[in-house]
Design a protein around this ligand. Structure first.
Ligand SMILES: [Zn+2]
Length: 245
C-alpha cells in the first residue's frame, strides 16, 4: 500500500480517524480564504484545512475534474464535496484512494504537497469513481477490473503526460508513454492488493489494449489542461445533442 504514490488501501485505522476528522472539518474554507494579511492575522492552517481549501479550488477550476464531475452527474452519480471526499492522514507516502464500499475519495492531507498534486490525485480517483458508477466494477475479486481502471486512471489523469515525464527525466518515444501508464497501473494495483508483481503485470497486460484505448469520458487522451478543456466542451455538446434526440 505504501509502495505506490497515489493509492490508499483503507484499513481499520482509516475508520478510527474519521471521528477526529469530523471535528477538524468544522471549518468554513471560504471564510479562511478571504482573510487578508493586512488584518495582521496570519492563520496557521492545519493540514486538514489546507486539504479542504485545495480540494475546493480543484473542484471549481480544474478542467479534468470539471469534466469528470459533469460526466458523473450525467451517469446518475452526482458528486458532493462533503459526502464524497475525505481529507485524512494516511500511512506511508500514499496520496489518495477510492473507497468503493463507502463511495468516497480519500485525500491524504499529510502527503498532498500542493495544488498541482491535489489536481492530479482528485482526477485519478474520480476516474475510478466514474468507472465504479458506469460499469459496476468488481474491485474486490477481479484483478482485471481493477487493472483496467488503473490503466485508465494513469492514462487519462495526466500522470504520465509530458511535463510529468520531463520532471522524471524521461524523454522520448510514444512507446515510453505507454510504458509509463503500464508501470503506474501495476504499482497502483500492488498498493491495494496483496498479490505478486507477476500477477499484477499479467492482469494489466491482458486488459491493456482495450482499456488504454477507452478514453471515456474525455474522448481523447487529455495530455494537458487545454486538451481537457476541449474534451469538456465536446462532452457538453454531446450531452446537448443527446438530450435533443
Ligand atoms: Zn488508482
Amino acid at each position: 500500500m505504501a509502495g505506490a504514490p497515489d493509492e490508499q488501501g483503507r484499513g481499520p485505522l482509516a475508520g478510527e480517524q474519521l471521528g477526529q476528522q469530523d471535528v477538524t472539518c468544522q471549518v468554513f474554507p471560504e471564510q479562511l480564504a478571504v482573510r487578508k494579511p493586512q488584518q495582521g492575522f496570519f492563520p496557521v492552517l492545519t493540514n486538514n484545512q489546507k486539504c479542504q481549501l485545495m480540494l475546493l479550488k480543484t473542484l471549481e477550476t480544474n478542467p479534468y475534474v470539471k469534466l469528470l464531475l459533469d460526466a458523473m452527474k450525467h451517469s446518475g452519480c452526482a458528486v458532493n464535496k462533503e459526502r464524497h471526499f475525505s481529507c485524512e492522514d494516511c500511512n506511508g507516502n500514499v496520496s489518495g484512494g477510492f473507497d468503493a464500499s463507502a463511495c468516497q475519495i480519500v485525500l491524504c492531507q499529510n502527503n498532498i504537497r500542493n495544488q498541482t498534486h491535489m489536481n492530479r490525485v482528485v482526477t485519478h480517483e474520480l476516474i475510478h469513481a466514474f468507472d465504479h458508477c458506469r460499469a459496476h466494477v468488481d474491485w474486490f475479486t477481479s484483478v482485471r477490473h481493477l487493472a483496467c481502471s488503473e490503466v485508465r486512471a494513469a492514462n487519462l489523469s495526466g500522470d504520465c503526460s509530458l511535463v510529468n515525464e520531463i520532471f522524471r527525466l524521461h524523454f522520448g518515444l510514444k512507446q515510453h508513454y505507454q510504458t509509463c501508464v503500464r508501470d503506474r497501473a501495476i504499482l497502483s494495483i500492488l498498493a491495494v492488493r496483496n498479490i505478486s508483481k507477476e500477477v499484477a503485470q499479467k492482469a494489466v497486460d491482458e486488459v491493456f489494449e482495450s482499456c488504454f484505448n477507452d478514453h471515456e469520458p474525455f474522448g481523447r487522451i487529455p495530455h494537458n489542461k487545454t486538451y481537457a478543456r476541449y474534451s469538456h466542451k465536446d462532452f457538453q455538446n454531446r450531452d446537448r445533442y443527446y438530450s435533443n434526440i
